[in-house]
Design a protein around this ligand. Structure first.
Ligand SMILES: Cc1ncc(C[n+]2csc(CCOP(=O)(O)OP(=O)(O)O)c2C)c(N)n1
Ligand code: SF4
Ligand SMILES: [Mg+2]
Length: 290
């Protein structure tokens, strides 16, 4: 039977009571159960921040590493063992700021992983400084007179760079988010979901403010139309279209040709001859062995 619940996890939850991060945690758990992924088949990967603590609270494999470095770790994990369902779950500061470079190139590389961004539009763990998605003019705990620059348009950037599944979710909608996450995880290739996750401690707006501004992606939106997806992705201050913005047939996934050569199993179980070949290449690559 598939259970991924946190009840068996001895780690005490550090999030504020009522934080919408709990909504993402529950939605992800529900999505994994819906898809029938057992705990040992899932690896959650994160960097640093409030959001990045999520892997502590689900019973499955986890890698919680350096600030901004979740994406390369997740790609490595998935390439080493494609049987794992590898999911990055981290914050806007972590994935758009510190790790923005990695995310940009992941859109191009198309590894078969899912990236879930808890987008609270601030650095919450460090008490509310501006992040790449803080709206222009919004005051924060550090930018007292308001942020001076426009926010980064990451969803549009994802579409432009060939990400084949781009969606926005809302942490205040457990049912809708769990369905969206299940769809994202099932999508072959990189699937990217920006989840609106208001920080109720350091953020400028309560959950209710966002609830009023969340709208479904229009029923007549053609999610295979790149131009329409970019238009929909471009943020406006007063509305957040939630749902799948862009979804097209997967293009070749990262390391596909390598996998075609060595098979689908974990690298650790490769025949000795193949491992010896990898060791030989690494040895040739390492110039300074001291
Ligand atoms: C290399 C490095 N730089 C800065 C920090 C300090 N730091 C810790 S968490 C964080 C921001 C996290 O923001 P976000 O990813 O949005 O997560 P949130 O806390 O908002 O969920 C920063 C700047 C750090 N830990 N490591
Ligand atoms: S500080 Fe904000 S993001 Fe962090 S747990 Fe509290 S409400 Fe959630
Ligand atoms: Mg944040």
């Amino acid at each position: 039977m598939t259970t991924t619940h946190d009840d068996h996890n001895p780690i005490e939850n550090q999030w504020c009571p009522g934080c919408p991060n709990y909504g993402i945690l529950r939605a992800l758990e529900r999505a994994l159960v819906t898809l029938g992924r057992a705990p040992h088949e899932v690896c959650l990967v994160s960097g640093i921040g409030q959001a990045a603590k999520l892997p502590h609270y689900l019973r499955c494999h986890a890698w919680n590493g350096l600030h901004g470095r979740a994406i390369p770790a997740a790609i490595g994990i998935h390439v080493a063992n494609p049987a794992l369902t590898t999911i990055v779950t981290s914050g806007d500061g972590d994935l758009y700021g510190e790790g923005g470079n990695h995310l940009l190139h992941a859109f191009r590389r198309n590894p078969d992983i899912t990236v879930i961004v808890h987008d609270n539009r601030i650095y919450a763990l460090t008490k509310g400084q501006a992040s790449p998605t803080t709206p222009r003019g919004e005051p924060t705990r550090l930018q007292f007179d308001g942020v001076e620059i426009e926010p980064a348009q990451i969803l549009a950037t994802a579409v432009v760079h060939g990400c084949t599944f781009v969606a926005r979710g809302f942490a205040g909608d457990l049912e809708g988010l769990s369905i969206l996450l299940a769809r994202a995880i099932a999508h072959p290739g990189l699937s990217f979901v920006d989840v609106i996750q208001p920080c109720i401690t350091w953020g400028q707006h309560p959950l209710a403010w966002y609830r009023e501004r969340v709208v479904p992606v229009p029923a007549d939106h053609d999610a295979t139309d790149r131009g329409a997806a970019v238009s929909l992705a471009l943020d406006t201050p007063d509305r957040f279209p939630v749902g799948v913005l862009y979804e097209v047939a997967a293009r070749p996934v990262f390391a596909e040709s390598y996998r075609a050569r060595v098979g689908d199993g974990p690298l650790a179980r490769l025949p000795r001859t193949e491992r010896a070949a990898i060791d030989a290449r690494l040895a040739a690559f390492v110039v300074n062995k001291d």
